[in-house]
Write a protein that binds this ligand. Structure first.
Ligand code: ATP
Ligand code: MG
Length: 245
């Protein structure tokens, strides 16, 4: 049986300390405060990912070196060669993960390319590293958006694609970036296993920062953010930014 859920951003609890509430009456300060929060969360996340994605493998490689040393001392050449092969595979794995992390951190070159071209380049790099088919449809053409909007949309797409690769087991992702009558919609859809959105929001896990970051970025742009997910069918994220004309 599949389960469906749709959650609007204002349903998600915010973490704004009491002492900052007063200062937050000023919209410029609200924006600045949120921008700082997003930055800090990203730093936390990079630190966590560095540890989780690469730290464990480096420790395992160190342990393999010890085994190799012992096998060599005991004269077991064949066993030593097998461990060398195993280490080589691990180094390949860590190199791939580091490449993906570096790609995600690289600042986008909007001034030269514009958002659709930057996204296209990003998708082509992603598909080299992960067997996910990405279908991208846009009608922005050469239209330039404000840089803070382009950066936010780019980071949102990155998070969504990374989530699809990490959690969904999807084979295809469809991404649409459509502007119509001054309203911009970003739709990201996958055909993966889906998840229970209500449960996710009912039991917030502070170590999960991605969708929270998406929500904060959309909030900063006064946009709306919807998630819809159906178990066994897939997940849709929709972001709408109005009054862009
Ligand atoms: N496309 C998706 N398909 C299936 N499950 C998803 C998808 N996107 C998100 N999820 C689920 O929602 C949860 C929250 O996502 P979120 O991006 O906030 O955290 P995370 O990816 O687990 O960690 P982080 O983004 O901090 O590295 C995920 O742990 C996963 O269970
Ligand atoms: Mg995530």
């Amino acid at each position: 049986m599949s389960k469906r859920s749709k959650v609007k951003p204002r349903d998600i609890p915010k973490k704004i300390p009491d002492e900052t509430q007063e200062a937050l009456a000023d919209p410029a300060k609200v924006f600045y405060h949120k921008a700082l929060m997003v930055q800090e969360e990203e730093k936390k996340r990079i630190s966590r990912d560095l540890h989780d994605e690469t730290g464990q493998i480096v420790i395992a490689l160190g342990a393999l070196l010890n085994v190799m040393e012992k096998e060599l001392k005991d004269g077991n050449t064949q066993k030593t060669l097998e461990i060398i092969e195993e280490s080589r595979e691990m180094i390949k794995e860590i190199a791939g993960r580091m490449k993906a992390m570096a790609l995600n951190l690289r600042p986008p070159e909007f001034d030269i390319l514009g958002l659709p071209a930057v996204l296209r380049e990003y998708f082509s790099q992603c598909t080299k590293l992960h067997p996910l088919k990405i279908e991208f449809n846009e009608n922005l053409k050469d239209r330039k958006l404000e840089e803070n909007i382009e950066i936010a949309l780019y980071r949102i797409v990155q998070e969504a694609v990374y989530n699809i690769q990490k959690h969904s087991m999807a084979t295809t992702a469809k991404i649409g970036l459509i502007i119509d009558n001054g309203e911009l919609s970003l739709l990201i859809e996958d055909n993966g296993k889906g998840f229970n959105v209500e449960e996710y929001y009912a039991n917030p896990d502070p170590t999960k920062m991605g969708l929270r970051g998406v929500r904060e970025r959309v909030d900063m742009l006064n946009g709306v953010f919807f998630i819809e997910s159906t178990l066994g069918k897939g997940t849709k994220l929709k972001i709408v930014l109005s009054s862009l004309l």
